[in-house]
Design a protein around this ligand. Sequence first.
Ligand code: EPZ
Length: 419
Amino acid sequence: MGEYHIKGGQRLSGQLSIYGAKNAVLPMLAAVVLNKGISVIHNCPRISDTFMVIKILKAIGADVKMEGTTITIDSTGADNYEVPEKYVREMRSSIIFLGSVLGRFGQVKISYPGGCELGARPIDLHLKGIRQLGANIVEEGGFIVAEAAKLKGARIDLDFPSVGATENIMLAAVLAEGRTIISNAAKEPEIVDMQNFLCAMGAKVSGAGKDTIVIDGVKNLHDVEYTVMPDRIVAGTYLTAAAITGGELLLTNVSPSHLHPITSKLAETGCEIKTEKTRVYLKAPKELKPIERLRTHPHPGFPTDMQPQLMALLSTAKGMSIVEETVFESRNKHISELIRMGANIVLLQDGMTSVVTGVKKLQGANVICRDLRGGAALILAGLAAEGKTVVTNSVFVERGYVDIEEDLRIIGADICYVK
Ligand code: EPZ
């Protein structure tokens, strides 16, 4: 388990290019199982989650190679419908293979992903939707065994716009008979990117980004070459790093529209934001303003994956902010560690609402990273703190950021990675 060693106080400034989105490429790498052929995906982030999915694809029997940020998959010979338990236990988002392996083979055996540091992470909406497509699903001994001679299109009303459930149902519906309608679907940009990828493979999918997605089943798919969208959470994290250090930053290779829910909140703290076609510029104010009420919400609301980072920022604003996490019941592991750094945060009894009163300066400390975005938040706090901060358990951060210490050093941070 590596550590990030940070000497705070450097004002960040400069330019960074943003790489491909983790939460877009993972479902695409599951989707390639549906195509008995060659899929080439460019701009894949070299993060541990990507390498884990490559292991799963190989276990299913696909040939996979990654050169630079391009992954080439030949799933012609894929013949194994059992997704190895050790991989699912290690990366819960591999549940996304449920829909695509079932769609390809008519059967799938996959371990229950279980909870994680963010909470219980149930998959009831995934299973309910796939049962509505005609699958017979047995849950026993910690495994999900699903089979369907032929999946049939259905109308599926999601109780909650779950990203994973929307993706799994889309994948299972692509080769099903007839039309599937998903209402109250997740509207995240990664869902739109996945729709574009599926259509590039010959699937018939429309409506992504809105409440209702329509999938008309096709007999088979064809070879595809595709480039993944940029990572809006990595972009938001870097913009927040510039904001918390009183700096300025130009990001290239981004989609400003994807970033709007984040940049609008950064603007509320007094940051100057300028956008062009594929670029976003931020200049921090002399003094950060608090945000009266920051609530996370499914897209196009403020993304839960940016909540810890904004909390670190608001810990140094002049005044009091209320931060409400409404998506994950336990996305609060970073709070105790920020308090160790001198932040004034009170987590209310509901475990999801925090009262953040800004302090003049955070103090460097040894802090423990317990999840991906919480770890990023602790790094940001270290950049702004007085003195040295050591963030342990880098393995969490490496799941979603490519060499974060190198990017931050490029724009002036005094940070190094220690194995
Ligand atoms: C995806 O997780 C992302 N992960 C998460 O990013 C992101 O935070 C989340 O969407 C919300 O945007 C990937 O794309 C790999 P959900 P997912 O299903 O699909 C409840 C990161 O940091 N729910 O939209 O698991 C669930 O408990 C990660 O990059 C059910 O109740 O999110 C949670 O409260 C973290 N039943 C809420 O919905 C279900 O069947 C949101 O979950 C499914 C979900």
